[in-house]
Design a protein around this ligand. Structure first.
Ligand code: BJW
Length: 238
C-alpha cells in the first residue's frame, strides 16, 4: 500500500452488532426468526403488507434507540483526517454512520428512517410506524407508503457511483458483512481489477474471505479503530 488517494469501505450488519442491532445470518440473526421471502421481497409485501410493516416498525424502533459504536466513530475520524478521498458504502439501513459524523456515504440498501410512496415515488424522512393506512404527504394516497429499503430482486441505490469509486480505489475495506448478498459481494472483485489492496475486517472469515489480500478477525469495535489508527499513522506517497 504505497498510495491511498481513494479508499472505498463496504460495511454490513456486523458493524452495528455492538450497537445492539441484530445481524442477518448469524445463528441468532434476523433470518433465523423471519423468512426473508415474506418480509424482504416485493412479492412478500404484495402478499401481506401488514406483516412487512410490523417487521420494519419493530426494527425502526430498535434503530432509533441505538447509538454509534467505536467502529462507526473510527470510520468517521478516517474520513475527517485522511488526506485522500474516503467513501463508505453501507448495506445497513440504520443511521449510525451519519450519527457518528460520516458524510461521504451511500446507503446502497436504503434507509429505514425514510419512507417511499410507491404511488408517486416521493421519498421522505419518516420515523414513525408505517401501515397500509398511512397517507403520502405528497400525493395523499394511502396504501402505497413503504420503508425506503431495497428488497431482494430490487436494484440497490447509486450503483453507478459505487462502480466509479471502485474503479479508481487504491484500498477496499470490507467490514462486518458475510459476503452472501450481491452485488455487494462482488465489490472485492471489482476493486482487485482496479488494482486496489483489499482488506476484510470481520468477526470471523466471511464466505469471500479468500478473495481478500489481507484479513483481520475480531469484533468491529476493536479491529476497526486499530486499522484506522494504522492508516492515519502511516505516511503514504502519491
Ligand atoms: C461481526 C460482528 C462484530 C457479527 N464485529 N463483525 C448474483 C449471484 C447470485 C444472486 C444474485 C446475484 N445478483 C443478484 C442476486 C440476487 C440477490 C442476492 O444476492 N441473493 C443472494 C442471497 C444469493 N440480490 C439482490 O436481489 C439485490 N438486488 C440486485 O442484485 O438487483 C439487480 C437486479 C434487480 C432486478 C432485476 C435484475 C437485476 C438486492 C439485495 C437486497 C438485500 N436486502 C437485505 C434486506 C433489506 C434491508 C434490511 O431489511 O435491512 O439487506 S438482505 C440483508 O442482507 C440486508 C443486508 O444489507 C444484506 C447483507 O447482510 P450483511 O450485512 O452481510 O449481514 P450478515 O448477517 O449476512 O453478516 C454479518 C457479518 O458480520 C457476519 O460475517 C458476522 O460474522 C459479522 N459480525 N458480529 C464484526 N461484532
Amino acid at each position: 500500500m504505497t498510495k491511498l488517494d481513494s479508499i472505498v469501505i463496504l460495511t454490513g450488519a456486523g458493524l452495528s452488532a455492538e450497537s445492539g442491532l441484530a445481524t442477518f445470518r448469524d445463528a441468532d440473526g434476523i433470518w433465523a426468526k423471519y423468512d426473508y421471502r415474506e418480509v424482504a421481497t416485493p412479492e412478500g409485501y404484495a402478499r401481506n403488507p401488514g406483516r412487512v410493516h410490523e417487521f420494519y416498525n419493530s426494527r425502526r424502533r430498535d434503530i432509533l434507540k441505538a447509538t454509534p459504536n467505536a467502529a462507526h466513530m473510527a470510520l468517521a475520524r478516517l474520513e475527517q483526517q485522511h488526506q485522500g478521498h474516503v467513501l463508505i458504502v453501507t448495506q445497513n439501513i440504520d443511521h449510525l454512520h451519519e450519527a457518528a459524523g460520516s458524510r461521504n456515504l451511500i446507503h446502497m440498501h436504503g434507509e429505514l428512517l425514510k419512507a417511499k410512496c410507491s404511488r408517486c415515488g416521493t421519498r421522505c424522512d419518516y420515523r414513525e410506524d408505517l401501515s397500509v393506512a398511512t397517507a403520502c404527504a405528497a400525493c395523499g394516497e394511502t396504501g402505497g407508503m413503504r420503508p425506503d429499503v431495497v428488497w431482494f430482486g430490487e436494484m440497490p441505490y447509486q450503483m453507478q457511483r459505487i462502480h466509479e469509486a471502485l474503479a479508481t480505489a487504491d484500498l477496499f475495506i470490507s467490514i462486518g458483512t458475510s459476503g452472501n448478498v450481491y452485488p455487494a459481494a462482488g465489490f472485492v472483485a471489482s476493486a482487485i481489477e482496479a488494482g486496489a489492496h483489499t482488506v476484510e475486517l470481520n468477526l470471523e472469515p466471511s464466505e469471500g474471505a479468500s478473495h481478500f489480500a489481507e484479513a483481520v478477525n475480531g469484533p468491529a469495535t476493536l479491529v476497526v479503530p486499530a486499522f484506522v489508527e494504522r492508516l492515519l499513522g502511516t505516511r503514504h506517497t502519491a
